[in-house]
Design a binder for this molecule. Structure first.
Ligand code: GLA
Length: 380
């Protein structure tokens, strides 16, 4: 179209028209199911692709009830996948640092893999230094969940899993349901529900690794974050909470205003040194029950914004300090040190051993219900 190239505005108008026409045809809201791979025993694993009317797409697999992809626009409408992960199931069956997974039964660490409940001592697998991390060696991230498409206004997938009494050392048959709903406001809502037949402890979270410039695009240190927390739970050298609840004021943990993630990450601070960066639980400022804005993250370059809302009392902000380029993700990209951050909404780590922390106990007859929303938008 040589005559259009002379007129920048005309060229732009034509490209918008073509994009709009293509968009209308291909971006139909709904759910598509495809094969994601096979488990070693031959069981077929699926990928559910949820699309909303704006063209935002979210990939969910029933292996580990994981978020595989989140494709959202930047300020110019360019789409990018903003979560780390793999192209197929095989990747997740290899070396995988919980990419996008539902973590359970207990998100984050339990000191020395021990806790007592109703006077009974329980022992969990040790898989992180002297401690138990993310539900043990065969946590919910490694389980095959049962998936069902839900017919409701917005595209939604339900995933259920029955964790048997004694699995990874935890008591009680636990029935877990996770529902992912993709809303028109470019919000991905996660509803967690669970019931038990014996007293147990439970702390579910989603372990998505975000890079708002696009997965595999390098460091996140120039992206900015606000965390709605006046205090945090400091850790010891093995990354177990000391039990204190400390004010963030005057520390590198003060993210009450939008701040570059990298601004203070290399400060001479013992907490940062223990975790090799940020890997801490923040105590969210709740003013009552219901959802609260936990965090806002902004990539000034692309303009992409992520807001996280949750009913949970805490959020674990982790800056990918254990990524070292050895994991090759989507398209074979090497995921480098600090090339993603997580915002794991949850109860506090090691709560069963800290009576001053909000309780993680679940009893028969009760229904555990927590909600977290990842909402995407853009800023100029
Ligand atoms: C959580 C932990 C981190 C690390 C990651 C997974 O964020 O707090 O220390 O274990 O999970 O690699």
């Amino acid at each position: 179209m040589p005559h259009y190239s002379r007129c920048l505005l005309c060229g732009w108008l034509v490209s918008q028209f073509v994009a709009g026409a293509l968009g209308a045809a291909s971006l139909r809201a709904g759910i598509k199911r495809s094969v994601f791979g096979k488990m070693p025993d031959g069981e077929e694993i699926h990928l559910y692709t949820l699309t909303n009317p704006n063209g935002m797409q979210v990939g969910i697999t029933n292996y580990g009830a994981r978020i595989v992809s989140i494709v959202v626009p930047d300020r110019h409408g360019n789409m990018a996948d903003v979560v780390l992960g793999f192209d197929n199931l095989e990747g997740y069956l290899g070396k995988d640092p919980y990419f996008g997974a539902i973590v359970g039964r207990y998100g984050n660490r339990i000191a020395k893999g021990r806790f007592a409940l109703d006077g009974v001592d329980y022992t969990l697998p040790i898989n992180d230094g002297p401690n138990s991390l993310h539900g043990g060696t065969q946590g919910f991230d490694k389980k095959v969940w049962t998936a069902r498409e839900l017919s409701q206004v917005h595209p939604a997938v339900e995933l259920t899993y029955l964790s048997r009494d004694g699995e990874e050392g935890f008591p009680g048959d636990l029935r877990v349901q996770v529902v992912y709903t993709l809303e028109e406001s470019n919000a991905l809502r996660i509803d967690y529900r669970a019931t038990t037949d014996k007293d147990t402890v439970l702390n579910l979270t989603n372990h998505s690794y975000f890079n708002l410039a696009g997965e595999g695009s390098g460091s996140i240190l120039d992206q900015e974050i606000m965390i709605n927390a006046a205090s945090f739970t400091p850790i010891d050298a093995t990354m177990i909470p000391t039990g204190e609840i400390l004010s963030v004021a005057g520390t590198p943990f003060d993210f009450r205003h939008l701040t570059r993630i990298g601004a203070r990450i290399n400060d001479d601070d013992q907490q940062l040194k223990f975790a090799h960066g940020y890997d801490d639980n923040f105590v969210l400022n709740h003013r009552g029950p219901g959802l609260v804005l936990a965090s806002r993250a902004v990539d000034p370059h692309s303009g992409r914004v992520l807001e996280v809302f949750t009913t949970e009392p805490g959020v674990q902000f982790y800056t990918g300090n254990f990524l070292d380029g050895s994991v090759r993700g989507k398209g074979g990209k090497a995921y480098a040190y600090r090339s993603a951050f997580t915002l794991e909404t949850q109860h506090f780590p090691d709560s069963p051993n800290h009576p001053n922390f909000p309780s993680t106990e679940l009893k028969p007859g009760e229904t555990y219900h927590q909600t977290t929303v990842f909402k995407f938008s853009t800023a100029n």
